[in-house]
Write a protein that binds this ligand. Structure first.
Ligand code: ZN
Length: 203
């Protein structure tokens, strides 16, 4: 959904991310960041960080990443509009209403984002699977440590060009997601060939 300029900024400014996350996670200040145990995966030492001045969170353990809206979507299992409505109500802001055209565009965009997320998850999982060992070695040889690889959600695509299509059809029955994946030419746009392996970059 397209909101008027400044609406989301105003929302984020009124509800600082640290206080939102702090309701569920005990956060400890570490320099400019706040750290705590990740609410999205089980861990014993904190790898979940809130960067308050930039308004985003990131977990080095499971890769969870986003802003206040994204946090609420994950933590409360809300969709984008529900999360916006929740934040707006707490902030005392009225949510701008969508026109039917905006609603349709938002739905299309959401489907394509889901397709991108599914593809990124797939390639990321492949990199960390046993079959991705050579790709991991390659990235290590290029000087990328595990933290960086996880932070930027690098992935690995094998020579099997149908693997993504098969994986998407097995994990979801939503044809629209597969269509969106095809439309965005994931295999060509999101992969760059390197030596004998492909690594994928989220762009
Ligand atoms: Zn995590």
């Amino acid at each position: 959904m397209a909101f008027p300029p400044g609406f989301l900024d105003e929302l984020r400014a009124r509800i600082p991310l640290g206080s939102l996350v702090g309701r569920q996670v005990r956060l400890i200040r570490r320099g400019r960041e706040l750290a705590g145990l990740c609410p999205f995966h089980h861990e014993k030492t904190p790898s979940f960080y809130v960067v308050e001045d930039k308004g985003f969170f990131h977990c080095f353990g499971c890769g969870a990443h986003g802003d206040a809206v994204g946090y609420l979507m994950r933590a409360e299992n809300l969709d984008f509009i529900e999360a916006i409505e929740r934040l707006a109500s707490e902030a005392g802001l009225a949510v701008p209403q969508q026109t039917p055209q905006e609603r349709e565009r938002a739905q299309r965009q959401k489907t394509q984002l889901e397709a991108l997320a599914a593809a990124a998850n797939f390639y990321e999982a492949r990199l960390w699977a046993p079959a991705g060992a050579r790709a991991r070695d390659y990235l290590a040889a290029r000087g990328l440590d595990e933290e960086t690889i996880r932070r930027f959600r690098l992935g690995w695509a094998s020579d099997d060009r149908q693997a993504l299509r098969r994986a998407l059809s097995s994990v979801t029955t939503a044809c629209s997601i597969r269509r969106a994946a095809a439309q965005t030419s994931l295999s060509s746009r999101h992969c760059r060939r390197r030596w004998q392996t492909d690594s994928t970059w989220q762009i």
